[in-house]
Design a protein around this ligand. Structure first.
Ligand SMILES: Nc1ncnc2c1ncn2[C@@H]1O[C@H](COP(=O)(O)OP(=O)(O)O)[C@@H](O)[C@H]1O
Ligand SMILES: [Mg+2]
Length: 313
């Protein structure tokens, strides 16, 4: 088998008359890694994933999954792949063990009650075995979906926006679960519009926008290549602070919370920037330096921020 679990070359999906849902993307995913397609709503993430799952035929290009062509030979590898579709909802009237068993039957697997218990334990649903699925919380439903997708012990797992709409605690729970799955050796392709999630979980990230991959690399690579390495934060400096700083020729911006942020491209400039800032009479709560995040990378690439997958005007 080739080293790469997924090989995508110039993959495109166009819809008439002129929708380019996916517009010529290429990437590869080595075995045992977590890869994120990161982008706003409408970027083309689900269309990409569904082509990789053999569900949509590409207009152009090819996708090799576990060494076979996804659009023509997916049946051959179906049992080696797990899928959590976007907006997954389990059947209301099944309890978690019943839902997992039902799924196992669809795969013709000889899954035992013990296997099911082990899976529910893996995803942290052991305590909820007796609840109807409709009574589960949003996070618990996703966990159940992941348990179902793991029923065939897949080598490759597709998770399409597994944490969208969940609260912070449920998201963190799922992050831990995804890390556990990776530790078990499964390759994971994740889609998300959460920058912190992509940064935390991924070995590699492809930032997608309007059907194209803008950049690809590890979070660290992307931050050092496309962001300024460090910023100085003038907490609470507000619009007055921003005016004072920019008046002296220092480039800066203000965040929603009123913090003024000064990017420092070259670490050797840091002392000079700090000295300049120290000379300004500023009303600040505190002043500190922070390494940039994928959020800054996204802002510099796309030009706007993203909130719950929606780009700011
Ligand atoms: N069957 C379809 N027919 C026409 N346009 C589609 C179809 N499916 C998706 N699209 C469009 O393709 C673009 C990408 O959609 P999608 O892959 O769902 O993005 P994402 O998952 O990143 O939110 C969107 O503009 C969407 O409206
Ligand atoms: Mg989607």
């Amino acid at each position: 088998m080739s080293q790469n679990v997924i090989e995508v070359r110039d993959l495109a999906k166009h819809y008439p008359p002129d929708i380019k849902a996916v517009d010529g993307i290429s990437f590869s995913i080595p075995s045992g890694t977590v890869f994120s397609l990161l982008g706003p709503n409408g970027a083309g993430k689900t269309t990409t994933v569904e082509m990789l799952e053999g569900l949509r035929n590409p207009t152009r290009g090819e996708a090799l999954i576990l060494g076979v062509d996804a659009s023509t030979e997916y049946q051959r590898i179906r049992k080696r792949v797990g899928v959590l579709p976007q907006n997954f909802e389990p059947f209301d009237m099944l309890r978690p063990p019943e839902a997992v068993l039902y799924w196992a039957r669809l795969y013709d697997l000889g899954t035992s009650v013990k296997d099911v218990e082990r899976l529910l334990d893996t995803v942290g649903l052991s305590e909820r075995k007796k609840s109807l699925s409709k009574k589960l919380s949003g996070g618990e439903k996703r966990k159940l979906g992941i348990a179902m997708s793991l029923v065939n012990q897949p080598e490759l797992l597709f998770l399409d926006e597994p944490t969208t709409g969940l609260d912070a605690k449920a998201r963190r729970d799922l992050w831990r679960l995804i890390e556990d799955i990776k530790r078990g050796g499964t390759t994971v392709l994740l889609t998300t519009h959460y920058l912190d999630e992509a940064e935390k979980l991924s070995d590699d990230v492809a930032v997608m926008h309007r059907g194209k991959v803008l950049v690809r690399g590890s979070p660290e690579e992307l931050i050092s290549k496309h962001g300024k390495m460090t910023v100085v934060v003038l907490a609470g400096a507000g619009a007055d602070g921003l005016r004072e700083v920019t008046r002296r020729g220092i480039s800066a911006s203000m965040e929603d919370n009123g913090d003024v942020v000064v990017p420092v491209a070259d670490p050797s400039e840091m002392r000079m920037v700090l000295a300049k800032l120290a000379a300004i009479e500023l009303n600040v709560k505190s002043m500190y330096t922070r390494r940039q995040t994928l959020e800054d990378v996204f802002l510099s690439l796309v030009g706007t921020k993203m909130d719950e997958g929606v780009l700011a005007e």
